[in-house]
Design a protein around this ligand. Structure first.
Ligand code: ATP
Length: 237
């Protein structure tokens, strides 16, 4: 059973499709990158998986369950969670409150919630140190850790991340990459949307390149040589 299996997905807004006939899979415990330039349709793929856009055709399965026609609140209660572009934290709320929001549907399971909170603090000690501060007081890199922690609070098997490196300093990107590698080593499945090829190759087992709403390349990270790298860079502009 695959963590994510997308077959022949087309989706868009209004009457227009912006992604066309996408097929993509993430095996359990695998990290996969979806690379592409601005406007390629990467965010639209994530929104389609989460059920956030109505106009979608084709098949989307998460851990063997067909979610193609499921409403967003049911998909989000399943085994998949998204770290959206720009993080979308409640900046005037405390770090801990932001984290707990990610685990709202598990809140009756007090023990599990506390265990999940501990696992976030273990992965990101700085988040524990700042747990009582308002999120706005944290740096961009620290806020991204909170956003990833909020996602972890729903205990998802499949983690979707939309350009988590955007606007972060190089050291913060490296910390984030290490956190994603750790989550993968712990058996989580990851679909990472990125524009940074270096980060994608460092973290992910396989990559797909999306351009103009279509998958134009795919391959194993370890087989991407200098020629392949040049090709990807050309797609990314
Ligand atoms: P970026 O890196 O800039 O976020 P992306 O690859 O994630 O790019 P999408 O955000 O999926 O690309 O956008 C793909 C296309 O869909 C773009 O042409 C964009 O203008 C259009 N689009 C995105 N969101 C909407 C929306 N809510 N309504 C209408 N069109 C949209």
């Amino acid at each position: 059973m695959q963590a994510l299996d997308i077959a022949g997905l087309s989706a868009g807004y209004g009457r227009y499709d912006v992604i066309h006939d996408i097929s993509l899979r993430v095996e359990r415990g695998e990290a996969v990158a979806l690379l592409g330039p601005n406007g390629a349709g990467k965010t639209t793929v994530l929104r389609a998986i989460m059920g956030m856009i109505k106009q979608r055709r084709g098949q989307i399965s998460v851990l063997g369950t067909d979610v193609s026609r499921m409403p967003v609140h049911l998909i989000a209660r399943g085994h998949v969670a998204l770290v959206p572009e720009g993080r979308r934290l409640f900046l005037d709320q405390s770090v801990e409150d932001n984290l707990r929001l990610g685990g709202l549907h598990l809140r009756r399971d007090h023990e599990r919630t506390e265990r999940l909170l501990e696992s976030v603090f273990e992965l990101f000690p700085v988040v524990e140190r700042y747990r009582s501060r308002p999120a706005t007081a944290l740096s961009g890199g620290e806020q991204q850790m909170v956003a990833i922690g909020r996602m972890m609070m729903s205990d998802p098997d499949l983690m979707l991340l939309d350009e988590p490196s955007l606007g972060l300093a190089p050291l913060a990107i490296e910390d984030m990459a290490q956190a994603l590698i750790t989550l993968r080593e712990r058996g989580r499945s990851i679909l990472l949307v990125e524009q940074r090829v270096d980060l994608a190759l460092q973290v992910c087992d396989r990559i797909y390149v999306l351009s103009g709403g279509r998958i134009v390349e795919e391959g194993n990270s370890e087989n991407v040589n200098a020629d392949g790298r040049a090709l990807i860079d050309a797609y990314l502009g």
